[in-house]
Every structure is written in structure tokens, then in C-alpha cells.
Design a binder for this molecule. Structure first.
Ligand code: 5GP
Ligand code: ZN
Length: 115
């Protein structure tokens, strides 16, 4: 756990969050500032700052994060209507919390290209 990391604290239960599901090595919780009717963040329990920092050995963990997003989309009833998974990497792409997370967004029509 990185001492100054917001999402490490969420994963440890030190900061309250609306947890929707947890699994092996990951936690999913609702975004505090939702950008869609469903906006959930899926994070690894271990601290990894950005996608750039994910080593090849963590391929299985990355896969688990995406499979969690898939399952949660089904649970939320947005699997058929459609949803988006987003990894913002670094500030230029809008990353503001430097602990990797998948945004799972759905429940409304999504524009393309993203801003
Ligand atoms: P990023 O901008 O890094 O891709 O996404 C960070 C996300 O974390 C944002 O969508 C923001 O609303 C969310 N967020 C920031 N602080 C908190 C918090 O304390 N709790 C929760 N649940 N979400 C947060
Ligand atoms: Zn962290």
C-alpha cells in the first residue's frame, strides 16, 4: 500500500466507498462523481500507479480487472445496452488518481470520439 494513495486507502477500507463487488486481488466501487448512470471503478488491491507501470507478469491481474468489469456490467443491467471501459493513463489523458483503475461507464448513450 502506498501511504499517500487514495485508492490504496479505499481498498484497505480506510476511506469509505460504495463497494459493489470484490474478488481475487481487486475491488470495485462507485465513482464519487459519476459521469453516467452507472460509473464504477475497478482497481487492483496492490498499488500500481499507471498502466505504463504494469509489468508483463501482471497480465493475469489485468485480465481479472476486465473480467470483473464484464461481470459487473451484467449485474448492473448494462451488458446488452452497452458500456465503456476506460483506462486513463497519465495526466494528458485525464488521469487524476495515480493508482490504476478501469472506469466502467454505462446506462446512457456514449459519444465517440471521447473528449
Ligand atoms: P481518473 O481521472 O484518474 O481517470 O479517475 C479518477 C476517478 O476517481 C474520478 O472519476 C473521480 O471522480 C474518482 N474519485 C476521486 N476521488 C474519489 C473518492 O474519494 N471516492 C470515489 N469513490 N471516487 C473518487
Ligand atoms: Zn494505490
Amino acid at each position: 500500500m502506498a501511504a499517500d494513495c487514495l485508492f490504496c486507502k479505499v481498498a484497505a477500507g480506510a476511506i469509505p466507498a460504495e463497494i459493489v463487488k470484490q474478488g481475487e486481488g481487486w475491488v470495485a466501487f462507485r465513482d464519487i462523481n459519476p459521469q453516467a448512470p452507472t460509473h464504477i471503478l475497478v482497481i487492483p488491491r496492490e498499488h500500481i500507479a499507471t498502466l505504463n507501470d504494469v509489468p508483463d507478469e501482471k497480465a493475469e491481474l489485468l485480465g481479472r480487472l476486465f473480467l470483473a468489469a464484464k461481470q459487473i456490467a451484467a449485474d448492473e443491467g448494462i451488458a446488452e445496452s452497452g458500456y465503456r471501459t476506460v483506462f486513463n493513463c497519465n495526466a494528458g489523458a485525464g488521469q487524476s488518481v495515480f493508482h490504476v483503475h478501469i472506469h466502467l461507464l454505462g446506462g446512457r448513450a456514449m459519444g465517440w470520439p471521447p473528449g
